[in-house]
Design a protein around this ligand. Sequence first.
Ligand code: ZN
Length: 427
Amino acid sequence: MTSILIKNSWIVSHPRKILRGNLYIEDNLISEITPKNMEADFVIEGRNLVVCPGFVNSHTHVAMSIMRGFLDDMEFTEFLRKTSEIDARMEERDIYLGAKLGIIEMIRSGTTLFFDMYYGEDIVAKVAKELGIRAALGWAVVDEDKTTQKGNPLKNAERFIKEYRNEDKIYPMIAPHGVYSCSDETLLKSKEIADKYDVPVHMHTAESREEVYGHYKRKGNRIIEYLSDLGILSPKFMAVHAVWLTMREVKILKESGAAVVHCPTSNMKLGIGGYPPIPEMMEYGINITIGTDSAATNNSLDIFREMRMAALIHKNSRWNPSLLKAEEVFKMATENPYTFLSLKGGRIEEGYLADICIIDGNDLSMQPLSKSNIINDIVYSATAQAVKYTIVGGKILQWKKHLQEILNDINDSEVFLWLSGMKNLEN
Ligand SMILES: [Zn+2]
């Protein structure tokens, strides 16, 4: 059993409880928060450090990190068309490299758990294990005639779930891509698989107006109403985006116990033109989480930027600067997603998972440092740059050596080379 002692630091137990003391980690759990001095295998001098729960990126497509900067400034349907063209070219090695690049970026920004949607999640799982991050991995499902993956997506998803459901730190999910790419049958079968193995359903919902009105034309109802009628919603359902909703749909979501993933930057970059009714969802007590979405629509996986964006856009669009307070946003990016997975994590408390982000209190973004402004600084001013250590399950993750390796490898990835040659630039 290995132990870590973080001495005399600021400890953000949860947003309303910040104390100074020693934090003792034993094996994969936080075992004690104490004023006493203790012995440990590894000691971190914490005088200028802020110890807070690790952050959670609740929606991304991590393998798409290889596409960063190649898919910008285009219309949404064109973006989807191009993405699926690239997806079809992605070989196992490209998925591996993309996933590695994205996971390093997340670890570097204090992320201890992420939720992913893609095919090839077995490869993403391999990288997550190699790097030590906790990962909820949703195998993407679309109708068989629309897929770029080899074989039947539902069968692939079931095989993945079966193989990985008992793996340490891996939480398999099924991820229907959206109502525009999944038929009733595909959705019902996805739910059947989720129930059979007791895993979550992670799905893009009501992201754009085209999606909502296209669906209305085909089916005569709104997307959340439709998913509710099909029996897909449950406390194990994660509605990603959930932008274009009526209040009736917000109520349905609440009654179903489903969680929501808010991805503000991606929505803005794709010109979605609206924001999910997060203040109303908060009033209803819906479990809200935050996601960056992929490096193709963000283009960063830095959760600090996403917290800031989430806090800002609702204040601005509702003409109300007191909406989405820093401590509320902080909870969306830490405790809420752990609760969704029924994991005892996302808080610094005895008996909780030792999934921790340690921030340098001397970083300019955290100065001047005081107990009263720590959370506000983390949400509004800090970036990945301020992160000193990321600890998952009691292990300090090492990302620097992996980064060196990958920077060399990525240059000869087939997809990267193809993307690089796409644009004719003047010499
Ligand atoms: Zn997405």
